[in-house]
Design a protein around this ligand. Structure first.
Ligand code: FRU
Length: 488
């Protein structure tokens, strides 16, 4: 069977693989007019398995063209998460002065070493492409970063350190991150470790990202993202962040407070695109819209998982000058949205679609609530009660596949006064944004029919915009390269 994008629960304006299992976004890089999204992919199954890098490209991060698998497992192991950069100066020597190579930096996970009970079965490898990411050649000297005897040693994210004219790799190492530097992407030198006694430690640290970000007041700070599983605020997986300074060797956080990038249960392993041109200047993140607590069981077929909408990260300050991360859905989404329809919020009303953006003004001095319900009384609820928000999906549809799925999420307001609520609903997910970008919570839902009845308490004004499907003009087949995929 070809993917039709009419399958039950298939997202319409979020990225999902044509079929089979997907997890983390990998190697996100912008090059010559294309956003590249690679992703952890097991093309032969519906649950996690030997990892490949799947591949898609897009001009707007919303319409994606599926491309052949980019990286296959080899004698050194499965291809785990990592990043990709444009090596503009050909520092690696893989390209030429006129043709900068794309270089992917990823983790090799050797299943044989793991089975033997060894500790050093995760190493870092690199590969390059000279044809806009279409084909990749693995470096003959892999691994470029051998394992020092630590079981969790993975997910390299590489960034160009402009001030020092060298590459910086951030690596997740069990309960901390390690920073390495290199002048050629091949030889790496360990510089420092961060985080063993800071942040959340309910699980292993994974998929870090380190990048500079400029605040509205013009000051530049370094942001360090670290995913953690388990130990997230809603159980299972989540992404925490730190803001501070990076001097080329060491990261120093602004304070010791623990912060979450997304308060929902379904945004994991998110990292940012490399090489978005300075003329654009945005730092854009996409995350895996799932949670290891139930990712292998969600009731979708013939694919599993989707990515979050792309989000532009920013920095806001509070009264004391301390910075926090903001997440704004990228402007590209505007091109998909229909005209605004203003809502009279007196009675329950019926929405025309469940691919929709909803916007509401919130009362500043009262608790409020909004619910989306279907004809069989399955309901998704979001509301404010005192100094926190709640998001209740405990009766939002199919939750039979895992006892970890049905839940009410609590989100502390932490001094933020909500005045605006925005929901991006797409078939089987809801992204909740407070004040445009100050609090974000991403949640999966599996209603058996669309949640179209809208009811509100203490919310007087609102509007919606239908988001048009982006998969209407599908290619007739998906050529995934030398692996033959049978569409059953
Ligand atoms: C995060 C993760 C990474 C790893 C990959 C394996 O979800 O566990 O740490 O590289 O998935 O698929």
């Amino acid at each position: 069977m070809q993917p039709t994008y009419t399958e039950t629960y298939r997202p319409q304006y979020h990225f999902s693989p044509p079929q089979a299992w997907m997890n983390d976004p990998n190697g996100m890089v912008y090059f010559e007019g294309e956003y590249h999204l690679f992703y952890q992919y097991y093309p032969d199954g519906m649950v996690w398995g030997p990892m490949h890098w799947g591949h898609a490209v897009s001009k707007d991060m919303l319409h994606w063209e599926h491309l052949p698998i980019a990286l296959y497992p080899d004698a050194l192991g499965y291809i785990f998460s990592g990043s990709a950069v444009v090596d503009w100066n050909n520092s690696s020597g893989f390209g030429t002065d006129n043709q900068p190579p794309l270089v992917a930096i990823y983790t090799y996970h050797d299943p044989k070493g793991e089975a033997k009970g060894a500790l050093d079965f995760q190493t870092q490898g690199i590969a390059y492409s000279l044809d806009k990411g279409r084909t990749w050649t693995k470096h003959t000297g892999n691994p470029v970063l051998p394992n020092p005897g630590i079981k969790d040693f993975r997910d390299p994210k590489v960034v160009w350190d402009k001030a020092r004219q060298r590459w910086v790799m951030t690596l997740a190492v069990k309960d901390r991150v390690a920073f390495y530097t290199s002048t050629n992407l091949i030889d790496w030198e360990h510089r420092s470790d961060f985080g063993a006694s800071l942040g959340a430690h309910g699980g292993v640290w994974e998929c870090p990202d380190l990048f500079p970000l400029t605040a509205a007041n013009g000051t530049t700070h370094w942001v360090l993202l670290v995913s953690i599983n388990p130990g997230g605020p809603q159980g299972g997986s989540a992404t925490q962040y730190f803001i501070g300074d990076f001097d080329g060797e060491k990261f120093t956080p602004q304070d010791a407070k623990m912060r979450w990038m997304d308060w929902g249960s379904d945004n994991y392993a998110g990292v940012t695109f490399s090489d978005i041109p300075n003329s654009d200047g945005r730092r854009i993140l996409m995350g895996w819209m799932s949670n290891w607590d139930y990712a292998n069981q969600v009731p979708t077929t013939p694919w599993r998982s989707a990515m979050t909408l792309p989000r532009e990260l920013g920095l806001s300050t509070d009264a004391t000058g301390i910075h926090a991360l903001t997440s704004t859905i990228v402007d590209e989404i505007d091109a998909l949205q229909g005209p605004e329809t203003v809502l009279e919020l007196k009675d329950t009303l019926r929405l025309p679609s469940h691919q929709i953006r909803l916007d509401f003004s919130l009362p500043k001095t009262q608790d409020w609530q909004l619910s989306l319900t279907n004809d069989t009384r399955e309901t998704f609820v979001v509301g404010a009660s005192g100094d926190s928000l709640y998001i209740d999906r405990s009766n939002s549809g199919d939750n039979s596949f895992s006892t970890a799925f049905a839940k009410t999420m609590k989100v502390p307001l932490d001094g933020i006064t909500p005045h605006h609520l925005q929901l991006y609903v797409d078939t089987s997910s809801v992204e909740v944004l407070i004040n445009g970008n100050q609090i974000v919570a991403t949640t999966l839902v599996f209603p058996t029919t669309p949640l179209l009845q809208l009811a509100t308490t203490n919310i007087a004004t609102g509007s919606y915009r239908i988001i048009q499907r982006v998969w209407d003009s599908l290619p007739s087949s998906f050529d995934l390269g030398k692996k033959t995929l049978t569409f059953k």
